[in-house]
Design a protein around this ligand. Structure first.
Ligand SMILES: Nc1nonc1C(=O)NCC1CCCCC1
Length: 246
């Protein structure tokens, strides 16, 4: 899978993508991440990529021309179709389901907005999907682009080792993840639950599913509304609610 990232700040991506799992995936050719500097596609003598807003007001708007030409260039260099994503607070909220969908694409072109945003003609001509990583405003779309690349890349076969499989993620099975423990058995007087030391894998899996349901019920009950609960889930939830009643 490839990620072609249109940005005014390509060097922002050097650090995060040259470390750890994403870097290993690039070295194994499981993903390709290219940054394209929108400024290279400015056409006026001042190399402008932004300008004042029509209608007045504070701030600057990213010009459509440089973005469009950068987009044409990356499109022409790819032999397969790719979706164009604009990262912005006005987009649909990124969820694991959206990541799961996007990770099935052969590649993504990701546009990183800056200043007050991009000229509306960018949306009307080349954007397939506008995505937000949350209801807050950052200084640019670069960090949201890194979030999207990270979340999609880790789902690709071979990116995570078996032990790190994404199959049991929070949100992967629609629930929050159960608590995790590792050595030592006791830390600050807090002991590892005995069941995790029992070696009884059936009991351990039951404990993990129950704690996942408990955590989801306590923190994100909204997720339970969308989840198809098995008979075992319902039984465990009943136990949890009885325990909460004390
Ligand atoms: N939140 C977000 N989710 O995705 N992108 C986000 C963002 O805050 N991006 C920066 C803004 C800054 C002003 C112009 C448009 C982009």
């Amino acid at each position: 899978m490839f990620f072609d990232i249109l940005t005014l700040f390509p060097e922002m991506f050097e650090g995060p993508f040259s470390e750890s799992i994403i870097n290993r995936a690039r070295e194994k050719d499981l993903i390709e991440v290219k940054t394209i500097n929108i400024r290279d596609y400015a056409e006026d003598k001042h190399n402008r990529t932004d300008d004042t807003p029509y209608g007045g007001g504070a701030g600057m708007v990213m010009k459509a021309g440089p973005i469009y030409r950068a987009w044409e260039q990356v499109k022409s260099q790819r032999s397969v179709e790719s979706k164009t994503i604009l990262m912005s607070p006005q987009g649909e909220q990124l969820t694991q389901n959206i990541v799961n969908d996007l990770a099935k694409e052969p590649g993504l072109i990701i546009i990183c907005g800056r200043y007050e945003g991009v000229d509306e003609r960018v949306r009307k001509t080349i954007v397939d999907r506008e995505i937000s990583i949350g209801d807050y405003v950052l200084t640019g779309g670069e960090i949201p682009a890194m979030v999207l690349v990270d979340a999609a890349a880790r789902l690709l076969t071979g990116v995570l080792g078996d032990e790190e499989s994404s199959k049991k993620d929070s949100f992967y099975n629609g629930l929050l993840e159960h608590p995790h423990y590792t050595r030592p058995r006791e830390f600050k007087g807090l002991k590892v639950p005995d069941v995790l030391l029992s070696g009884n894998h059936q009991l351990i899996e039951r404990w993990r599913k129950k704690e996942s349901l408990r955590r989801t019920l306590m923190r994100r009950e909204d997720l339970l509304k969308d989840k198809e609960l098995t008979e075992e889930d319902k039984k465990l939830l009943k136990e949890i609610k009885a325990e909460l009643k004390g």
